[in-house]
Structure formats: structure tokens, C-alpha cells
Design a protein around this ligand. Structure first.
Ligand code: GDP
Ligand code: MG
Length: 186
């Protein structure tokens, strides 16, 4: 890691209903790849991940909210200054799958409320529990288009399917934004 290079820190909020796999996804992506920091707070925790792109040193802070309503008062500080967001729902064919799908737009409204129009990626997680051949993306892709999400990924924190791809969609977008703002300011 080139610690002497430029260093940029981005906060990324990871949201979605409880038990859809937020913590598992962040753990899968950050664990063992780069140095991991794990700090548990009340109602939320964050994971740090470092990556060097073209000699620029990036630090990403993934904020992982605990879904409990008791901690609603923490929401504003949870979202504050987020530069991007990941919304997770579950592809499971049960109540959790259906409810978490319905709540995608609520989570996105929350993000827009607190952060404005930040790049947002959608994960349909636990794809290992369903047969991908039987999935129909029409409904979800309508939301993706209407809400202008950066992308949609069917992921599995268990097998690792598309986890890196999904996270890197966000990282690449932040990198491009950073490059653009740097070339304007020079
Ligand atoms: P969170 O509440 O959104 O942070 O969800 P967790 O990461 O705690 O995961 C909830 C439960 O789902 C745990 O028992 C996980 O082991 C399980 N889980 C998470 N992701 C996956 C996945 O991709 N596939 C399967 N089969 N189980 C998962
Ligand atoms: Mg969790």
C-alpha cells in the first residue's frame, strides 16, 4: 500500500432490512483482503477497507446499520456525509424476501433525505438460496431504472458470487468522481 500517495476517505452507507445479509456482505468483501478495522458502536458499526488505484490511496468506510427501531435516533449520524450507498434486500422466497423487496424504495427515500442524490447500488442477496434460472428481474429493474441506481447485482455473501463486482461498481464510481473533481480544481 502506497501510504505516501493521495489519500481519500469515502463513507458508504449499507442499508436494508434486518437479516438480509448486510453485515455478512461487508465482512465477505473486506475480510482478508486488506487491513480490516472493526469498531462496534451502539446501533451501527463500520468496517474500513483500503485500496490503491493508479497510485491513489483510497480508504472506504462501510457503515453498517443495525435495523432495530430503538436506534432510529441514530439515523441522521449514520447517513451523514455518505458519498455512496448500497441497498440490500433478500432474494429468499419467504416473508423476508418479499418484505425486504418492498422496502427498497423506503430505504432509498431515507438515503435521499439525508444524503441527497448519491450513487446507489442495489444488491439482491442470498442468490445461493434460489435458482437463478427462475428469477425474473423485470420488477427490480424497473425500480433500478426509475430510481437511477448505478447497478443491480444478485449476490451471495455465502459463496461470494458478485460481491466484489457489486462493491467495485461503487468504488469505481467514486474514483471517477474524484478524478473529475481533481481535474477541474487543477
Ligand atoms: P444483516 O442483519 O442484514 O446484517 O444480516 P446478516 O449479515 O447478519 O445475515 C443474516 C443471516 O443471513 C445470517 O444467518 C447469515 O449467515 C445469513 N446470510 C447472509 N448472507 C447470506 C447469503 O448470501 N446466503 C445465505 N445462504 N445466507 C446468508
Ligand atoms: Mg447486521
Amino acid at each position: 500500500m502506497n501510504k505516501g500517495g493521495d489519500k481519500f476517505t469515502f463513507k458508504i452507507s449499507v442499508v436494508g432490512d434486518g437479516a438480509v445479509g448486510k453485515t455478512s456482505l461487508i465482512t465477505k468483501f473486506t475480510k482478508g483482503r486488506f487491513q480490516k478495522e472493526y469498531i462496534k458502536t451502539i446501533g451501527a458499526q463500520f468496517f474500513s477497507y483500503e485500496e490503491e488505484i493508479d497510485g491513489n490511496y483510497f480508504k472506504l468506510l462501510f457503515w453498517d446499520i443495525a435495523g432495530q427501531d430503538d436506534f432510529n435516533f441514530l439515523r441522521p449520524s449514520f447517513y451523514k456525509e455518505s458519498k455512496a450507498a448500497i441497498i440490500v434486500y433478500s432474494l429468499e422466497e419467504n416473508d423476508l424476501g418479499q418484505e425486504s423487496f418492498k422496502h427498497i424504495t423506503n430505504w432509498h427515500d431515507n438515503i435521499k433525505n439525508y444524503c441527497g442524490n448519491i450513487p446507489t447500488v442495489l444488491f439482491g442477496n442470498k442468490v445461493d438460496l434460489v435458482d437463478e434460472k427462475n428469477l425474473n428481474d423485470n420488477k427490480v429493474l424497473k425500480i433500478v431504472k426509475k430510481r437511477n441506481f448505478l447497478g443491480y447485482y444478485r449476490t451471495s455473501a455465502l459463496t461470494g458470487t458478485r460481491v466484489s463486482q457489486g462493491f467495485h461498481a461503487i468504488i469505481k464510481e467514486l474514483y471517477n468522481k474524484f478524478n473529475k473533481s481533481r481535474s477541474i480544481s487543477q
